[in-house]
Design a protein around this ligand. Sequence first.
Ligand SMILES: [Zn+2]
Length: 150
Amino acid sequence: MTVTISSEALDFLLITAAASADREVCGLLLGEENRISAVVPCANVSPEPWHRFEIDPAALIAAHRSARGGGPAVIGHYHSHPNGLAAPSPRDAADAAPDGTIWLIIGGGAVTAWRAVAAGRRHGRFDPLTLACADGPPTSKRETSSRDFA
Ligand SMILES: [Zn+2]
């Protein structure tokens, strides 16, 4: 399964994550199905932002309201790992509802894509997705396969 994103949005994610060395950055992914058309940075309101993220609920509500009004759907979210590991952490797995949401994780200059899927009664299994640039052939730096971490 491939998820597409613009190279501009991908660069934005890499730059904002790199600029935040001591706290996770996070935001929403808008678009349809497997096509990310926009990324929306949101405040990380977690009380422990250095190793957790919690998207500002007001931003989430606003995005869903906009979607109901005909705007792009909320298809997922992104967050960074200041420790540089671009793969879901055990904490991410514990938090992941198997609802088809796309997760982008930024770490160490890479962006990986995942989808939370049901694992019995427990939360916590991610299927790796391939992330590709929608606007032309990506450079090697711009395409990252989540398979490297599976
Ligand atoms: Zn995480």
